[in-house]
Ligand binder design. Structure first.
Ligand SMILES: *Cc1c(COP(=O)(O)O)cnc(C)c1O
Length: 400
């Protein structure tokens, strides 16, 4: 009888063969069979390891979470369906109505929006401060402040936060410090070593590294904090897809090599861009003319990351000409970062379009500001593409 519909009966326990796969297997199952109600009790009570239902956790998420936790140097971490889901798990999983949070005024756009618009609606007030100045962060603290959220290197101006000063402040005042480590990655800096309580990643970016998976990760040094974030994430369904986790785990295999290569190219390219026509300013934490050069040298110790920002003359028309020529030369205008291929972004029309021109100007962003996420292409090829784009932008600026 059972043989009539082969594959539909699923005997338990499953027996495995004598060989094991070398590549990580992918496990898309939504649900997991258990031997008995008593076995399920043991699983739910954490006495034995196992999975029950994919929203609560699955093998691909667990494997990826453990790898990133090892890279960041913590015990417990959680993979989420996006970087923003990880930010939400930290803020909404740990804060309650009446609490106050202080965010860097240069946070990722959606993180700013979460703090400005969504948390206040739920009774959590937010303040903002310049994270390059620990005294400014101290001035923004209130008696009910429970958390500080910063990014070590900001977008798109690549300002370097006073991580050590802010960590000391957080410790002294008993406030949780959450660090979004997406730009720096554990290759450049491990925030837990500086006293961060929570570390967040958009795994979508450099860690997965191929612009084909949307994922996040959030980890904590304290197991209790990690558990509260996980409970919230499971309840809200901030869960990641097994396939995306599998792609990211595969991407991580080459992460160190990709990061080192992209960073070395970015450092060389930053100096070349500075000499291209129409370029008014280059921002790279490894350059002596960067506003936080001294702190970058001390904190990042040569790991200045793969992002280069710059400003060209000539306003929107020159920016359009620059982007068009860059696209034709193989450098797409695409608002992401950390892909194996280099991408350009134009903050005024994408990540920072929600701000007024004055608001952007206060951050140093103009219509001529571009951010380049350097990928794995050859330095000479990238240099040539950017030079052609710069020529086109400069020609438009002259004509205008
Ligand atoms: C992209 C990004 C996020 C959000 O990640 P998603 O995976 O796009 O949700 C958060 N923080 C930083 C610094 C980012 O660059």
């Amino acid at each position: 009888m059972a043989e009539q519909r082969p594959g539909l009966m699923r005997p338990f326990p499953v027996t495995t063969g004598v060989s094991a796969p070398v590549a990580a297997p992918i496990q898309p199952s939504v649900v997991y069979a258990a031997e008995s109600p008593t076995a399920l009790d043991a699983q739910y009570e954490g006495r034995v390891q196992g999975h029950t239902y994919a929203r609560e956790g699955h093998p691909n998420a667990a494997a990826l979470a453990a790898r990133i936790a090892a890279m960041e140097g913590c015990e417990a971490g959680l993979v989420t369906g996006s970087g923003m889901a990880a930010v939400a798990a930290a803020l909404m999983g740990l804060l309650a109505a009446g609490d106050h949070v202080v965010g860097s005024d240069q946070l990722y756009g959606r993180s700013l929006r979460l703090l400005r618009e969504d948390l206040p609606r739920l009774g959590v007030a937010a303040g903002f401060a310049d994270a390059t100045d620990a005294a400014a962060v101290a001035a923004a603290l209130r008696p009910e402040t429970r958390m500080i959220l910063i990014e070590t290197v900001s977008n798109p101006m690549l300002r370097v936060a006073d991580l050590e000063g802010i960590a000391a402040l957080a410790r002294e005042r008993g406030v949780l410090l959450a660090v979004d480590n997406t730009f720096t990655t554990p290759r450049a800096l491990r925030p837990f070593e500086y006293g961060a309580d929570i570390v967040i990643h958009s795994v979508t970016k450099l860690l997965a590294g191929h612009a084909d998976a949307t994922l996040g990760w959030v980890g904590a040094r304290d197991a209790g904090l990690a558990e509260r974030m996980e409970r919230f994430a499971v309840t809200l369904g901030l869960t990641a897809s097994p396939f995306d986790c599998w792609l990211a785990e595969r991407g991580l295999l080459s992460f160190d090599l990709r990061y080192d290569r992209a960073e070395a190219t970015a450092a060389a390219l930053a100096d070349r861009i500075a000499g291209m026509p129409g370029v008014q300013k280059v921002l790279y934490p490894g350059r002596a003319d960067h506003p936080d050069a001294a702190r970058a040298a001390a904190l990042l110790r040569g790991r200045f990351c793969n992002m280069v920002s710059f400003e060209i003359a000539g306003g929107r028309a020159a920016a359009d000409a620059f982007a068009r020529a860059a696209g034709q030369a193989g450098l797409p205008l695409a608002p992401t970062l950390g892909d194996a291929g280099s991408t350009l972004s134009h903050p005024a029309s994408s990540s920072h379009r929600g701000l007024t021109a004055e608001g952007r100007a206060a951050l140093g962003i103009s219509e001529g500001t571009f951010r380049l996420s350097v990928g794995l292409e050859d330095l000479e090829a990238l240099s040539a593409a950017l030079a052609r784009a710069a020529e086109a932008g400069a020609a438009e600026a002259r004509a205008g």
